[in-house]
Design a protein around this ligand. Structure first.
Ligand SMILES: Nc1ncnc2c1ncn2[C@@H]1O[C@H](COP(=O)(O)OP(=O)(O)OP(=O)(O)O)[C@@H](O)[C@H]1O
Ligand SMILES: [Mg+2]
Length: 223
């Protein structure tokens, strides 16, 4: 199986004030195994909506989604949660580390949610990977933005997801730190053969990807 993710004629409307507002219109897209895809386009064009659907965090209004060979668009909540825990890692623009957990506890969380035991060593190994092991006992508020984002990446990778979804992963960072994060993502693709789908406004970030997909008004632009 060549593709880790495929969308076939996927549409998504949100209901706002009782009326459907289209956010995605007939989107078809494939992410191959080991491919790094950047999703670019203006604010509001549907990038986050697409990532949420790809990560089985929301349901499409119509169309078919396949994640690692499983048709997710026809599954119920419980099955989606299981797939999400096992196959997908998320990196959010705002990091979303849990403030009451230490760095290493944040990274352990996906493993605990997946029912794993003896999670400390696996979490520390991923922290080593993003060069944050020496910060394991710190609390998130004691970190810089770039350090938080590296912890968030460690957390997203700790379950060895087949697909990493990144929503503006460098959006809140200075250029040098952003470059470091992008190089890390590149390494994830080459060393772990993880596939990445990354939404970004940044030209530098898009340049790191193998493939750039342009979106406009909820559709994939054929440029
Ligand atoms: N929960 C929601 N309810 C109603 N409308 C929504 C919701 N989430 C997004 N939208 C609308 O769907 C469209 C696509 O939004 P989306 O967040 O996917 O855009 P985006 O490309 O990620 O934008 P940005 O670059 O600003 O993050 C927008 O018009 C937005 O207002
Ligand atoms: Mg967005």
């Amino acid at each position: 199986m060549m593709s880790i993710l495929s969308l076939e004629h996927v549409s998504k409307s949100y209901i706002t004030d009782g009326a459907p507002v289209p956010a995605l219109r007939d989107v078809s897209l494939v992410v191959k195994r080991g491919e790094f895809v950047a999703l670019v386009g203006r604010s509001g064009c549907g990038k986050s909506t697409l990532l949420n659907l790809a990560g089985a965090m929301d349901f499409p209004t119509s169309g078919k989604l396949t994640l690692d060979g499983v048709v997710t668009s026809s599954l119920g909540d419980a099955e989606l949660t299981r797939i999400r825990c096992n196959k997908v890692g998320f990196i959010f623009q705002s990091f979303q580390l849990l403030p009451t957990l230490s760095v290493v506890e944040n990274v352990e969380l996906p493993l605990m949610l997946a029912g794993k035991h003896d999670v400390r060593e696996t979490a520390l190994e991923k922290l080593r990977w993003v060069e944050m092991e020496s910060y394991a006992a710190r609390m998130p508020y004691q970190l810089s933005g770039g350090q938080m984002q590296r912890v968030a990446i460690a957390r997203a990778l700790v379950n060895s997801p087949a697909l990493l979804l990144a929503d503006e992963p460098t959006g809140n960072l200075d250029t040098a730190t952003g470059d470091m994060i992008l190089n890390l993502l590149r390494r994830v693709v080459s060393e772990q053969r993880t596939s990445i789908l990354m939404a970004t406004h940044s030209v530098e970030a898009a340049a790191m990807a193998d493939t750039v997909v342009h979106m406009r008004d909820g559709a994939v632009a054929t440029s």
